[in-house]
Design a binder for this molecule. Sequence first.
Ligand SMILES: [Zn+2]
Ligand SMILES: [Zn+2]
Length: 146
Amino acid sequence: MQKIGQELIQHGIKPSLIRIKVYDYLKKDKDHPDAEKIFTALRKEIPTLSLTSVYNALKVLTKNKLIREIMIEEDEIRYDGFIEQHAHFKCIKCKKIFDVNLKYKNYLKFDELKKAKILDEHIYFIGICENCLNKEIVEHDRKNKR
Ligand SMILES: [Zn+2]
Ligand SMILES: [Zn+2]
């Protein structure tokens, strides 16, 4: 906990309990949760917590670049405690967002961007994850056997 508080201070953020808890939670939950999920999880520890205070903490952490907002679909913001460059894959079936390693990034040279300075990038894919695809195949087989 203390280490997290230090990290917030280094990024110019006053380390309130809620900010520390939200940041700590995002470091641990690799499923890219939304604010509601963070709120539900933290309320068990902090019964007085409000959803607004979670949103406020997320806003401050995002602004100071400790976390990232992921917006794949317009009506949903998910949060990421891992800020190194990486892409995302969202499964339309289970709604999970997976990290995608950009180890081939150096080969991605876009002609249109050669002379531009890139400040930020958001790369994402939408589809059906391996797990859900396998489930579909099992369902399909079961139906055919009847
Ligand atoms: Zn899935
Ligand atoms: Zn991510």
